[in-house]
Ligand binder design. Structure first.
Ligand code: NAG
Ligand code: NAG
Ligand code: NAG
Ligand code: NAG
Ligand code: NAG
Ligand code: NAG
Ligand code: NAG
Ligand code: NAG
Ligand code: NAG
Length: 444
């Protein structure tokens, strides 16, 4: 094959030359399956079997596992499901709440929330539940109970903070993704359990998000958050694709749970319109406006648009009438992603900007790039995804509404001592160093 000649040259002379040899036809299943295999292989380069996680910030392991659950949902290919289940169980933590002790110093509400959503996915598509152990649904319920117990009226008239612990930078920030993750968790649990208490929680989070203008109820723009010192009177202008997406999917679950009420339909339609207008370019290719135009996306931000694609898939499943509108955007984006996955030593490493130079590799690479490509490419298979089950339609993962309520106590830790802070700083420095080493190793 022609492209391998180029790779050979690349390896010999260390030429940073991109080789386009990965075309994707979204209408051809085999082509999509091949594309999924290719980008998954790249993603798994970052997986460490010994520690059961990806070399990246911890929340990204949770997000990647969600991507792989969707792969199974779309292809029914079980090849990597052992890895997924092992990793979920290894990371569920001592209290079955996706807050393991070894992440304690770094754990934010958004991190735990993203993992909780992955637990919901495992429950909704009946992933092998180890019955002698805790159920996926119960883990997601524990996450939801713990997060909602952190509801904080001391500023902004409510909402949850970004960070859980006061010694972490970001404790004095209320961020939209944490609240949006809680909103989606509650919406999904409402539909999964048919317990209206979760729908009430979802409404509380939604109403609050609108009241502080994190979600603008007119334009449906979704902003990043606000500092607590301003009492949320000054909301940042930054907007991210996954934040819009996390609310969009939440409204889709509520729309479906309420059998299509006009209220949630209205919010869903508004968020969808905003999504397609703001996070896709004129060629219908998905992008992250806040950092891609300046090519300054950091290691987390490259994975956001893949999460948006994931949330668009749920929207199409739960509100089937939206599929006709959404699908052309995903087809165009999947093609562009494949063209941009043409770099690195293997010739199929994914870049970040797919709108760039007709989708050639932009020399960016990383776990987020692989995850985004995976989610966008497989989203074209949404019509054949496994149905999102609830307990009354065959889901087997058992509900435990009281999960997490006992362990909550352990979260009200006293203010950090100096040594805690030092330790957290040390871990961050160590992590950054290891990450740098790993990046270098991967590239050379
Ligand atoms: C399942 O996935 C594996 C690994 O990605 C791949 O090698 C295999 O061909 C796939 N099987 C089918 C039936 O698509
Ligand atoms: C199920 O959980 C039990 C107890 O935690 C463990 O010993 C066993 O290995 C698990 N089985 C699988 C298939 O993960
Ligand atoms: C927070 O405020 C809301 C309304 O402003 C109220 O309903 C709720 O009970 C308060 N929660 C706590 C824990 O004080
Ligand atoms: C914060 O804003 C709420 C309304 O959103 C108001 O009720 C409250 O008094 C404000 N608190 C402070 C300290 O400004
Ligand atoms: C939705 O419809 C189902 C079946 O028709 C019914 O059992 C359920 O109560 C309805 N749910 C709501 C929230 O109206
Ligand atoms: C979608 O949003 C645009 C502005 O971004 C607006 O002009 C248009 O009316 C909206 N369409 C619908 C159907 O809401
Ligand atoms: C809810 O979702 C199911 C698929 O999970 C779909 O068949 C049904 O039409 C949806 N309900 C509404 C009101 O769109
Ligand atoms: C972009 O790439 C596609 C696929 O390689 C090709 O068919 C098309 O002609 C290219 N367009 C431009 C403007 O280069
Ligand atoms: C519904 O959920 C709430 C909150 O978790 C719980 O207290 C209640 O027992 C649940 N009800 C049922 C019938 O499971």
């Amino acid at each position: 094959m022609k492209c391998y000649d180029y790779i050979y040259i690349w390896v010999l002379f260390f030429l940073l030359k991109s080789v386009a040899c990965f075309n994707l036809d979204p209408n051809d299943k085999d082509s999509v399956y091949d594309g999924i295999d290719t980008v998954t292989k790249g993603m798994l380069n970052y997986y460490q079997p010994s520690s059961h996680d990806f070399t990246a910030y911890w929340w990204m392991t949770g997000s990647c596992l969600n991507g792989m659950l969707n792969t199974y949902s779309g292809t029914k290919n079980k090849t990597h499901m052992g890895l997924v289940v092992d990793s979920l169980l290894a990371n569920k933590g001592e209290n079955d709440d996706f807050a393991p002790d070894n992440e304690k110093f770094n754990l934010g509400n958004d991190d735990q929330g993203i993992w909780g959503l992955t637990g919901m996915s495992a429950a909704e598509i009946n992933i092998q539940d180890n019955q002698s152990d805790v159920s996926w649904a119960a883990i997601a319920q524990a996450v939801t109970n713990e997060m909602s117990a952190r509801w904080d009226n001391s500023s902004c008239n409510g909402g949850i903070r970004w960070q859980i612990y006061s010694f972490n930078q970001g404790y004095s920030y209320k961020n939209t993704i944490s609240n949006g993750a809680l909103f989606q968790l509650a919406s999904r649990l409402a539909r999964y359990t048919r317990n209206d208490t979760y729908a009430e929680l979802a409404r509380k989070v939604w109403d609050w998000s609108v009241s502080v203008n994190f979600v603008d109820a007119d334009s449906y723009a979704v902003y990043d958050g606000s500092k607590t010192e301003t009492n949320c009177s000054s909301v940042t202008n930054e907007q991210w694709s996954y934040t819009t997406g996390v609310y969009l999917a939440g409204t889709a679950f509520l729309y479906n749970y309420t059998n299509g009420t006009s209220e949630w339909k209205g919010h869903m339609d508004g968020l969808l319109n905003r999504t397609l207008n703001h996070y896709f370019n004129e060629d219908k290719i998905i992008y992250e406006p806040t950092c891609e135009t300046s090519n300054t996306c950091n290691y987390d931000q490259t994975g956001f648009k893949g999460m948006l694609a994931r949330y668009l898939s749920y929207t199409m499943q739960l509100a089937p009438y939206t599929a006709e509108t959404i699908m052309p955007y995903l087809h165009a984006s999947a093609k562009a992603a494949a063209l941009a996955c043409s770099g690195g030593y293997d010739g199929v490493t994914c870049g970040n900007r797919w709108t760039w130079n007709n989708g050639t590799w932009d020399k960016n690479y990383g776990l987020g790039e692989q995850l985004s490509a995976l989610e966008v490419i497989q989203s074209v298979l949404t019509p054949q995804y496994s149905p999102l089950l609830s307990l009354d339609t065959g889901a087997r993962s058992k509900s435990d509404p009281s999960a997490g309520q006992i362990t909550q106590v352990s979260y009200s830790v006293p203010a950090a001592t100096k040594s805690d802070k030092g330790w957290a700083g040390f871990l961050t420095a160590l992590f950054s160093f290891l990450f740098l080493l790993f990046s270098l190793w991967l590239f050379f």
